[in-house]
Design a protein around this ligand. Structure first.
Ligand code: NAP
Ligand code: MG
Length: 403
């Protein structure tokens, strides 16, 4: 057998929970360790370990991504009341993804894995559409008020020096509702830089849209910040990479995206991103085929699957039943991270291996071998539905052929 590929800088490995934790180990054992001398710095973000360390392990993992630049993360349980009971937790720990995102100050990019045999609902989409969602503020951090009867609602700003600015929002003649929301230049700037960096990295056009014609101060600020940062820091780099930056109104962007062939990164304000990422993901077919990468404005990368820990399948697994859980998004999280490590460290063999492993997994599905979730979507005529482990074995067969 050929010599295993060596790595220089460790990849930050964040293990997780339930079915995805089982898949994680299978991927490493079958498809990675035999070919790569995996050099990882391992953090166990499984719920037991988070509880044992009072969630310090999550912070440590995020800091490690800052130190080394690239991480790969397994899906993890975000505890709720049921989980507190199930795992006898000391506390209802916060979402690990939220903690990591807060430390890296990043933006999440979600992109579908595309196959010839699985057609998106929008027939002209031949390339992936990546949605980047701003993850701070707007309606997600608003203050809302129910107006019960007649009265005046005002917007009051009190500066540090005591100076007061007042505007009337509305003089209510009867009951109604009102909300106040905010955003920060600093957060919008980070969002913009993450998007420009990612577009350069992927060599894909960047689109950004808001409703600045109506929201002449709030949304306009987003538009201006993107434009200023683009003009000052990215214009030349975009020209050199042969890609473009397009700003347009959100309604125009929606129409253009539907008519397009895909292949762009679509930066969205928080609410738009919430709605549009679900629309795009569904139109491409399956949550199990969505990848996700967190990119910080400094250029740190954290790769993961967009789906959760697939709890229902895990309970089947615990009963000793074989499951047919799709491992593609988790596998692509690994190949994405290894490819990035290879690019940063100048290890061509690692980049090449990642490409081949992805190709082998795509070929497996194109040849009709797939997990249960893909069967109703695939247009292949001779389908063979396999379980979680069999699928990875089939990928391994095809990987061996090209190595
Ligand atoms: P989920 O794990 O995404 O699964 C929801 C359903 O989607 C599954 O029951 C399954 O449908 C289908 N599905 C998702 N991924 C699949 C895959 N790889 N292969 C086949 N089918 C797949 O969401 P959830 O059950 O709502 O959440 C479970 C746990 O995950 C929760 O504790 C939540 O906190 C956590 N979560 C973590 C992340 C993350 O770490 N990034 C993200 C979301 C949720 P069928 O049952 O119909 O087969
Ligand atoms: Mg949503």
């Amino acid at each position: 057998m050929a010599e295993r590929i060596k790595m220089n800088v460790p990849l930050v490995e964040m293990d997780g929970d339930e079915m995805t934790r089982i898949i994680w180990k299978m991927i490493k054992d079958k498809l990675l360790e035999p070919y790569i001398e995996l050099k990882t710095e391992y953090y166990d973000l499984g719920l037991e370990k988070r509880d044992e360390t009072n969630d310090q392990i999550t912070t440590d993992a995020a800091l490690a991504v800052k130190k080394y630049g690239v991480g790969v993360k397994c899906a993890t349980i975000t505890p709720n009341a049921d989980r507190v009971k199930e795992y006898n937790l000391k506390s209802m720990w916060k979402s690990p993804n939220g903690t990591i995102r807060a430390i890296l100050d990043g933006t999440v990019f979600r992109a579908p894995i595309i196959l010839d045999s699985i057609k998106p609902f929008v027939k002209n989409w031949t390339k992936p559409i990546t949605v980047a969602r701003h993850a701070y503020g707007d309606v997600y951090r608003d203050v809302e008020y129910r107006v019960e009867g007649p009265g005046k609602v005002e917007l009051v700003f009190t500066a540090e020096n005591g100076e007061v600015t007042k505007q009337t929002i509305h003089e209510f003649k009867g009951p109604g509702v009102v909300l106040g929301m905010h955003n920060l230049d600093k957060s919008i700037e980070s969002f913009a830089r993450s998007c420009f960096n990612y577009a350069l990295d992927q060599k894909e056009d960047l689109w950004f849209a808001s409703k600045d014609t109506i929201s002449k101060t709030y949304d306009h600020r987003f538009k201006d910040i993107f434009q200023e940062i683009f003009d000052n820091e990215y214009k030349t780099k975009f020209e050199e990479a042969g890609i473009t930056y397009l700003y347009t109104l959100i309604d125009d962007a929606v129409a253009r995206v539907i008519r397009s062939e895909g292949g762009m990164i679509w930066a969205c304000k928080n609410y738009d991103g919430d709605v549009m990422s679900d629309m795009v993901a569904t139109a491409f077919g399956s949550l199990a085929m969505m990848t996700s990468v967190l990119v910080s404005p400094e250029g740190y990368y954290e790769y993961e699957a967009a789906h959760g820990t697939v709890q229902r399948h895990y309970y089947q697994h615990l009963e000793g039943k074989a499951t047919s859980t799709n491992s593609m998004a988790t596998l692509f999280a690994w190949t994405g991270a290894l490819r990035k490590r290879g690019e940063l460290d100048g290890i061509g063999a690692l980049v090449d291996f990642s490409d081949k492993l992805e190709a082998a997994s795509l070929r497996t599905i194109e040849e009709g071998v797939m997990t249960k979730d893909l069967a109703p979507l695939s247009e292949v005529s001779n389908k063979q539905i396999v379980n979680t482990e069999e699928f990875l074995n089939e990928v391994k067969k095809r990987l061996e052929e090209v190595l």
